[in-house]
Design a protein around this ligand. Structure first.
Ligand SMILES: Nc1ncnc2c1ncn2[C@@H]1O[C@H](COP(=O)(O)OP(=O)(O)OP(=O)(O)O)[C@@H](O)[C@H]1O
Length: 367
């Protein structure tokens, strides 16, 4: 069966725009909610939000293909590129690269899409890589560019992208399509969704196509809304990875993409939900310290800051008395008293008993 790029109507993707109407209005509503929430976050909270979202995106977009990065190093590198105070730790080249790309995506979202811009991202992403021939350029190898299943004993070719000698002309057409569509009234979800799919179908680089293609989703949405968006698309994709691969795979041979766009729209909405939760989480931190600062001792403040640092999902398995003791370096009796006070104030919620007792941040705290 022919690949989609061999189709005579390539790359006129077909879809029923009426199926996107409801998604599009929910999307715009959420985008408005997010902007509204951001207005009430003070400068420090806004910096925290940027660091959180961009770090999470760097971690998730890398982990989608199994590259697990160290969260603290990613955060430190993101802070450095945002010009914020850092702990000056040394970070691995791949971490520095993805952090630089995420910050560039966010800060320079409105830069025109060009080959050179994509090459710059590729250079950032491939920072320190010795196994890639063409860094900062499209692939030129003569072997076919294939997406193969991870099963080494029984490999299966899911997709074969256009041969390398066609990549430049395909990318010319892709960039032209992007610029033309940006100026039309195509729905934002269709525009961003097709941008990602179209790019993945060309697969122009030797490596990094997934990560650059996901960054393009956020660029497309930001350019369309004329604002850098706070969203966690890679995080949402990572949560349902199988659905992501299936949705793309469904388009390997055909130009009809209704199914893919429905998947894409749902995932954008999920990513917005996550962003809204994250903003509430950051607002909770600011309000909690404003309200309780004078009632908390230094140990409690230290532990709570550590809990907030662990992010919205918190400590894996909840905070234990042992965690509290190792962070605050105090006696067991003091730990018990401190924790009980935090529960009494409504800041922490206690679950379990004896050795399985755990403490969780009360996200519903009414302040
Ligand atoms: N069947 C498919 N056809 C076309 N593209 C696909 C298909 N399945 C997955 N993809 C895309 O290809 C990406 C992998 O390509 P590549 O390995 O070049 O990118 P990467 O950025 O190095 O990987 P990554 O997502 O591997 O970190 C996936 O993340 C996904 O976006």
């Amino acid at each position: 069966m022919a690949w989609v790029w061999q189709h005579k109507d390539w790359a006129n993707f077909e879809y029923d725009s009426s199926k996107l109407h409801q998604y599009e209005s929910d999307f715009l509503l959420n985008a408005g909610r997010i902007l509204g929430l951001i207005q009430v976050v003070e400068q420090e909270g806004l910096n925290t939000l940027k660091v959180e979202i961009l770090s999470q995106e760097a971690l998730s977009t890398s982990s989608i293909e199994g590259e697990i990065l160290d969260r603290d190093s990613v955060q430190s590198s993101i802070k450095k590129h945002l010009g914020l105070q850092t702990d000056f730790r040394r970070v691995e080249p791949n971490v520095a690269g993805i952090a630089e790309m995420m910050v560039d995506l966010f800060q320079n979202y409105d830069t025109e899409l060009t080959h050179e811009m994509l090459f710059e991202w590729h250079k950032m992403l491939m920072n320190g890589r010795r196994d890639v021939d063409n860094i900062g350029g499209y692939r030129s190898h003569s072997e076919p560019m294939q997406i193969i299943s991870g099963n080494l004993s029984n490999p299966r070719v899911f997709y074969e992208a256009p041969p390398s000698h066609l990549v430049l002309s395909e990318m010319d057409k892709f960039i032209h399509w992007y610029k033309t569509q940006l100026a039309t009234n195509i729905s934002t979800l269709a525009f961003a969704g097709i941008t990602h799919l179209y790019f993945e179908m060309i697969h122009p680089f030797e490596d990094g196509n997934g990560r650059i293609g996901r960054a393009l989703i956020e660029k497309a949405i930001s350019q369309r809304l004329k604002k850098p968006i706070f969203m966690s698309m890679a995080k949402a994709i990572e949560n349902r990875k199988k659905a992501y691969y299936e949705a793309i795979q469904n388009c390997n041979h055909q130009l009809q993409i209704d199914k893919y766009l429905a998947y894409f729209a749902q995932t954008v909405l999920e990513s917005q939900e996550y962003t809204i939760q994250l903003i509430h989480f950051i607002l909770l931190k600011v309000k909690l310290f404003n309200q309780f600062q004078t009632q908390l001792n230094d140990r409690q403040i230290k532990v709570l800051l550590r809990v907030f640092e662990a992010g919205i999902e918190g400590f894996k398995g909840g905070l234990s008395a042992k965690n509290y003791q190792s962070i605050s370096q105090t006696s067991a009796a003091t730990v018990t008293r401190d924790l009980q006070e935090l529960v009494n104030l409504g800041i922490l919620i206690k679950t379990g008993e004896l050795k399985s007792t755990r403490y969780w941040l009360n996200k519903q705290l009414d302040i």
